[in-house]
Design a protein around this ligand. Structure first.
Ligand SMILES: [Zn+2]
Length: 168
């Protein structure tokens, strides 16, 4: 078990796009295990490769462990196939600790991704999982929840962001 260091905003790597995973080997499985260890240690529900400096299209997620049994999931090269509806939820991010950001996103989606053995899977998600998947997939394009906000909300967040920037 290894707990990795989580990059904190405004680290520039958080705004860079990650590359596709091409090799499905022990190294990738090891990275996924370390990312899950890191997510649980930080009491998070999701963690994307770039947040630990791994610029690869992979994220881990478990939206249920805080309420019940752990349900660790790993998504490699994820692509949103369809998305519909609209939901607004407060989102936290391990790279911007202490900040809750209301973001409006599609409420339901179908996702296509590869498992750690390279097998393609397609499934539907809704609720908190749909929000979490979109948040984590955004990380792979260098997009943060604060980048999904505008106007009034961005103005409200400004002092907290200045604090985070000062801690850097
Ligand atoms: Zn995040």
């Amino acid at each position: 078990m290894s707990v990795l260091a989580v990059l904190r905003w405004p680290d520039r790597r958080l705004n860079e796009p990650a590359g596709a995973v091409a090799v499905f080997d022990a190294g990738l499985r090891h990275l996924a295990e370390d990312m899950l260890d890191t997510m649980y240690a930080a009491a998070g529900r999701g963690l994307a490769g770039p947040q630990v400096g791994a610029m690869l299209r992979i994220f881990v997620m478990d939206c249920r462990w805080k309420e019940g049994a752990p349900d660790p999931r790993v998504f490699v090269n994820p692509a949103i196939v369809t998305a519909e509806g609209e939901a607004t939820r407060d989102e936290g991010c391990l790279s911007l600790p202490g900040l809750m950001v209301p973001v409006t996103r599609p409420a339901r989606l179908r996702l296509r991704w590869q498992g750690l053995d390279g097998t393609w899977v397609t499934a539907g998600f809704d609720g908190v999982e749909a929000t979490c998947i979109q948040h984590e997939r955004d990380h792979l394009d260098g997009i943060l929840h604060i980048d999904r906000t505008t106007g009034e909300i961005r103005t409200i967040l400004a002092p907290a962001l200045a604090d985070l920037e000062a801690q850097k």
